[in-house]
Design a protein around this ligand. Structure first.
Ligand code: FNR
Length: 339
């Protein structure tokens, strides 16, 4: 059988050898608490590239110190972060994979011993810190920090940037009416709630000419939150701004934990892809080659992001290829075991 999962795809000047992406996963392993890459990260990401994923997306990486989820997050707020990130990329590129970085800011979900910031002064949970309401100058400074992070991403040789607009972190907090109660130009109707992300994309583009992906939470699990028609509107806006792919996750905006099941978020990738006519990534309990092949072949998504299954098995693409009867070239060094 011809495999769609193992067919290449091109975004701008970047071609991925297959449709399998390692989904971004925070490893909380920058133990010096200065956001710097540790030896763990080098082994962790290179081994998944040796495992033949077409795209390795590194974890949510903080664009400002106050935007970390925890003190152990990776950072990209300083030029001192570039050389470690460059080393991660060397390891990834050695195996023919392409690399992406997820640029993030935790907003009100930061758990740090310092002041935290959000569009509105509402804590995520009662026992969590109340964030400072961002002033216009805080907003402008944060947008500039995304731009500087994009410049450093280029210097560190990433192929793709993903903006983390999901899971109730800062960009998501601006998008959602549940967390954005502002009365200035950054809050109100959905066009105004989109303004922060729009300005981030515009500023990133002044220094970054590669593909831009955006991860969103396409279901906020609240009747007063954004609904699919809002996400279709955001997707249309992002398409016009030149975003190449919407990575469709869900949840994290408010503290509810809905039930998960195989392919539980695939419907969002499908709807946005086929109604807004933009490439999408599907993620969430996609654990077998057949399941991933089905989603690509039936044009429900363009990339399959695999998270926990790739923690269990760095060679997940090899297992998927075996299931589909596809022969992988694999790393030269492993040939005697793989063929
Ligand atoms: C995650 N996830 C996640 N998502 C994201 O956008 N940025 C991140 O940094 C993280 N960090 C993270 C850490 C760990 C340990 C896990 C398990 C998950 C979510 C992840 O990318 C993915 O969307 C979900 O795990 C669902 O996919 P799977 O695990 O069912 O394939």
């Amino acid at each position: 059988m011809e495999s769609s999962l193992f067919s290449p795809i091109t975004f701008g000047k970047v071609t991925l050898k297959n449709r399998i992406a390692m989904s971004p996963m925070c490893m909380y392993s920058s133990h010096t608490e200065d956001g710097v890459v540790a030896p763990f990260h080098l082994a962790h990401y290179e081994s998944r590239a040796a495992g033949q994923a077409g795209l390795i997306m590194i974890e949510a990486t903080a664009i400002l110190p106050e935007g970390r989820i925890s003190p152990q997050d990776l950072g990209i707020w300083s030029d001192d972060h570039v050389s470690g990130l460059q080393q991660i990329n060397e390891g990834i590129h050695r195996h023919g994979a392409r690399s992406a970085i997820q640029l993030g800011h935790a907003g009100r979900k930061a758990i740090l011993d310092e002041d935290i910031y959000a569009p509105s002064p509402i804590p995520f949970k009662e026992d969590m810190e109340t964030p400072n309401e961002m002033t216009t100058s805080d907003i402008k400074r944060t947008i500039q920090a995304f731009k500087e992070a994009a410049r450093r991403s280029k210097e560190a040789h990433f192929d793709i940037i993903e903006l983390h607009g999901a899971h109730g972190y800062l960009i998501s907090q601006f998008l959602s009416p549940l967390t954005n109660k502002r009365t200035d130009e950054y809050g109100g109707d959905r066009a105004s709630r989109f303004r922060f992300l729009e300005e981030v994309i515009e500023e990133v583009k002044t220094t970054w000419d590669g593909p831009i992906f955006v991860r969103i939470s396409a279901n906020e699990h609240d009747v007063n939150g954004n609904q699919m028609e809002d996400f279709l509107y955001y997707a249309e806006r992002m398409k016009v701004l030149g975003v190449e792919l919407i990575d469709c996750s869900s949840g994290g905006v408010v503290p509810v934990r809905p039930e998960v099941y195989p392919g539980y978020q695939l419907q969002y990738a499908d709807q946005i892809r086929n109604q807004a006519d933009i490439a999408t990534g599907a993620v969430g309990m996609i654990t077998s080659g057949l399941q991933a092949e089905e989603a690509i072949r039936n044009k429900r998504a363009d990339l399959i992001f695999v998270a926990r299954a790739m923690l269990r098995n760095p060679y997940w693409p090899k297992a998927a290829a075996d299931e589909l009867g596809v022969e992988l070239e694999g790393p030269e060094q492993y040939k005697r075991g793989w063929l």
